[in-house]
Structures are given as structure tokens and as C-alpha cells.
Ligand binder design. Structure first.
Ligand SMILES: [Zn+2]
Length: 259
């Protein structure tokens, strides 16, 4: 699935009046997710009444772009999204809309919501209102409560930006590790991942390779579940090394036993 496919899908859903209350944009293309969220927010409230593309020039489109639109809230945190941010959303949704037909909330890096915040969001999702739209942007959807995911419509896509050379290196490394003894894999993790940054870099490299493999698996409908599981494990471990004090090599071990 590509960006354009999702854009067409959202546009058509809006045209047909069949919008969900909440969408989850997942995958590693953060910039693409933001672009899609902005473009769609603009379209829904564009004053030109355009149905195919927002005009980009009216005060509503401008307000969306500058994040000053009174009917749109963007939650954008770098480390953790606290419950207060979700309470603000609830407040935002409970007010009647200021100037437009849709009240919108965008949560960037939604996987950064702590558990309290996720529970609060779940409550919000359980009481959908009319003309309210919630967009969750998220690289690691596995970190969201299942109950949140099941109440959103997930749209997933990945950006592939690695060079062919990097990819080749990662592929060879994964293949070699996959065919070596468990003890040798653990030795590798011990040597290679002294710091969390090391482990994160290694996992990111592996993920690039595995996502590619997953994409091909999906296209050929072969080995999808196994590769999907592998990618999810890698994503989870990457998030763990980035956000906790776990011993870096243990995070790699977790992946290596499953290779
Ligand atoms: Zn406009």
C-alpha cells in the first residue's frame, strides 16, 4: 500500500460519508503520516468546498497547516504522551465546532502514550461523536492497547530509503546469524551491542531488511505470518532499547532466538 492509495481511500470515504471515527496511520514513514493527516484535515474543512484536493489557500487550510485552526488539535510529544494531553482532547471534542464541519485531533508518535493516556484514549474511542475525527500516527502500533487498535481503522505503509548496499549487508548478516548456533548468536549480540545506540542501530538495519522480506512475502502470499511476527518483534525490541534501560544485548537476544 502506498501513500496515494491511502489518500484516495480516505477521500472516497469522506465523499461517501463513510468515515470512521478514528484512523491509525502506522509504519515508519513519519513524514508521510504527517502529510496525510494534514492533507486530509485540510480537505475535510476546506472553505472552497473542494472534494478532490484542499485548496491550500483559504484561512481554514492555512490554519491547519500552521496548526492554529481552532477545530484541530495536534498532540506532538518527543518522549512521552501524558494523560493530560488526552484530557485536553476530550475537552476539545466536547466543545461545539468553532467554524467548520469537523473537529479533528491528531496524535503524533501515538506509541509514546503511557498506559494512563492509552486508557483515557480508549474511553474517548468508546463514545464516538458525530463529525469528530481522530488520527493516530504511530511507528510502533504493537505498543498500543489491542482494544485501541481494534477501534481504529489501521492504514499501514513503509518508506524504503536504504541504499542497496546497506540492504545487502544486512541481508547477509541476518542469513549468517540465522544459520548459526544459538550460542554464537548470543556471542554476537554481546559483542555488537554494548550500548543502547548500538542495539538500536543494529535493529534498525535488520528491520529495513525484514520489512523488505515481509513486503515480498505479502506480495507472494508466502510465509507472511512468520515474517510479520519477526518484524513485530524487531519493532518492539527497538522501542524497548530506545525507551527503557534494558540491557541492549538482551533486546537483540530476543530477536536472535526467533531467527
Ligand atoms: Zn482550503
Amino acid at each position: 500500500m502506498r501513500y496515494e492509495t491511502h489518500w484516495e481511500f480516505l477521500k472516497n470515504s469522506a465523499l461517501l460519508g463513510k468515515l470512521s471515527h478514528a484512523y491509525l496511520f502506522s509504519g515508519n514513514d513519519e513524514e508521510g503520516q504527517q502529510r496525510l493527516a494534514l492533507q486530509f484535515s485540510q480537505l475535510l474543512n476546506c472553505e472552497s468546498g473542494a472534494e478532490k484536493k484542499p485548496c491550500g489557500a483559504c484561512s481554514s487550510c492555512k490554519g491547519m497547516r500552521e496548526r492554529t485552526h481552532p477545530d484541530a488539535v495536534w498532540v506532538s510529544e518527543a518522549r512521552e504522551i501524558p494523560i493530560s494531553a488526552i484530557r485536553n482532547l476530550r475537552q476539545h471534542f466536547s466543545l461545539s465546532s468553532w467554524q467548520s464541519s469537523f473537529k479533528i485531533a491528531v496524535i503524533e508518535r501515538a506509541h509514546l502514550m503511557n498506559m494512563e493516556a492509552q486508557s483515557a484514549l480508549l474511553k474517548l474511542l468508546e463514545e464516538p461523536r458525530k463529525n469528530v475525527l481522530l488520527l493516530l500516527l504511530c511507528e510502533y502500533p504493537a505498543l498500543l492497547l489491542d482494544t485501541i487498535r481494534s477501534r481504529t481503522q489501521e492504514m499501514r505503509w513503509y518508506a524504503f530509503s536504504e541504499t542497496a548496499q546497506e540492504s545487502l549487508k544486512g541481508t547477509g548478516e541476518l542469513r549468517r546469524l540465522g544459520s548459526s548456533l544459538l550460542q554464537e548468536r548470543f556471542d554476537y549480540a554481546k559483542k555488537a551491542a554494548e550500548t543502547s545506540e548500538d542495539a538500536a542501530q543494529i535493529l534498525e538495519g535488520w528491520l529495513r531488511v525484514k520489512r523488505d522480506v515481509l513486503l515480498k512475502a505479502v506480495q507472494s502470499a508466502k510465509d507472511v505470518a512468520r515474517n510479520m511476527h519477526m518484524v513485530q518483534t524487531m519493532q518492539e525490541m527497538l522501542q524497548v532499547v530506545k525507551t527503557t534501560n534494558v540491557t541492549p544485548r538482551l533486546a537483540l537476544d530476543q530477536v536472535l532466538v526467533e531467527l
